[in-house]
Design a protein around this ligand. Structure first.
Ligand SMILES: [Zn+2]
Ligand SMILES: [Zn+2]
Length: 388
């Protein structure tokens, strides 16, 4: 039975020594293996994973490798378990941990920086200078579960207390997996200017981050919030999440439409979530002079950018790789207050054993899948839920 020295456990939550974990082999190949249940160290807890959502970045990692960085290189064939958008129950406490209690439901953010570099000391732990240095003689203790350390496509994982967000019992497991996605959108808006009440925002690309970007911008009081994309069904969900206007860029020029919808003027902020080849150049033409653009998507190719337009118009451009600056906590506050219904982007749930099927649904957008969740318990083999 699991009883590591210095680790607090409870008979209410018996922990086995071994667990089921999906392991990445060659690109695109996952196999279900047995791994030892990990042991929390100082400032860490053991989380029993109750639900984990599949993110587009998981697909990048599983099929291509980056941005995962395992022992200084690609994540394939290293006994690595991907998955980063998970939630669960605290079942064991590392030495000295009293910030959380056993039995507490939590969701997680990804990045636990090293805590000692310049950026971590500034609170920018997502830009830790010791990213991925958690092995061998240069072990700096950095963790980004599912990127540089084992992630959530398994039954238990160790998390630094700084990556935990307590959630209320009224929040479902599935909704809790979406907190980090909303947190990423929140961080994007934080970088753009924090409070945006009364300011105009365009979100380009109605993927999960874009759709929750709309919801968070609206909850922050932005006006108007305009969503652009290519699929009407996704744009319709954007409307339900608070978009004042939606633009299908297949039927209308996006820049012209944005200017028309904002009284002939450019907007204050663009949150770019599409990764489309011309997205930056279009964003530059959507913002007003002195406006700000946040890039939150990974494009697949290098593209020329009209720098002169950026320079002439004093435009600020920011890149973000995910959540940060405790934005996940602020997103959770919106969600637990019911300020928007994040579950509108959750479309399917599968058991953990069916992860390859779940990944196929997410990757090929089968049945208009947006957010696909897997659960280690409580889901029958054929059960899946489509959102309303
Ligand atoms: Zn993600
Ligand atoms: Zn650091």
């Amino acid at each position: 039975m699991y009883a590591p020295a210095g680790v607090k456990t409870s008979t209410d939550y018996p922990i086995p020594d071994a667990m089921k974990a999906w392991v990445l082999g060659d690109p695109g190949q996952l196999s279900l293996r047995e791994k030892p249940v990990p042991v929390p160290k100082k400032a860490e807890v053991l989380v029993r994973i109750d639900a984990v959502a599949i993110c587009a970045t998981d697909l990048e990692i599983i099929y291509h490798g980056p941005p995962a960085l395992i022992r200084g290189g690609l994540p394939h064939n290293k006994h690595f378990t991907p998955g980063h958008e998970y939630m669960g129950t605290v079942v064991a406490l590392g030495p000295g941990v009293d910030e959380y209690r056993i039995g507490q439901r939590v969701t997680v953010e990804i990045h636990a920086g090293c805590g000692q570099c310049k950026r971590c000391r500034e609170g920018m732990y997502t830009a830790c200078h010791n990213y991925g240095l958690n092995y061998g003689e240069v072990d700096k203790g950095h963790r980004a579960n599912g990127f540089t350390t084992d992630g959530g496509f398994c039954e238990y994982q160790v998390n630094n207390i700084n990556t935990l967000v307590a959630i209320p019992d009224t929040m479902s497991d599935e909704e809790a997996t979406l907190v980090v996605t909303a947190g990423t959108a929140m961080y994007g808006l934080t970088e753009l200017g924090g409070l945006v009440a009364g300011e105009s925002v365009v979100v380009t690309g109605p993927g999960p981050i874009g759709l929750l970007g709309v919801a968070v911008a609206k909850a922050l009081g932005a006006q108007p919030v305009i969503l652009t994309g290519t699929r009407d069904n996704r744009l319709a969900i954007g409307r339900k999440l608070g978009a004042d206007h939606v633009v299908n860029v297949r039927s209308e020029d996006a820049v012209a439409a944005v200017r028309r919808l904002n009284g002939g003027k450019g907007v204050d902020y663009v949150l770019e979530c599409s990764g489309a080849p011309n997205a930056v150049n279009e964003a530059v033409r959507m913002v007003n002079r002195g406006g700000k653009i946040c890039l939150a998507a990974f494009p697949h190719q290098e593209t020329p950018v009209d720098i002169a337009e950026i320079v002439r118009n004093n435009i600020y451009v920011y890149g973000i790789r995910g959540e940060g600056k405790s934005a996940t906590h602020r997103a959770e506050a919106f969600m637990s207050q019911g300020r928007f219904e994040a579950t509108k982007i959750h479309t399917h749930t599968f058991p953990l054993e069916d992860l390859p099927t779940a990944i196929r649904y997410a990757k090929d957008r089968i049945e208009d899948a947006i957010k696909v969740v897997v659960k280690a318990r409580g889901v029958s083999a054929v059960h899946k839920v489509a959102a309303e």
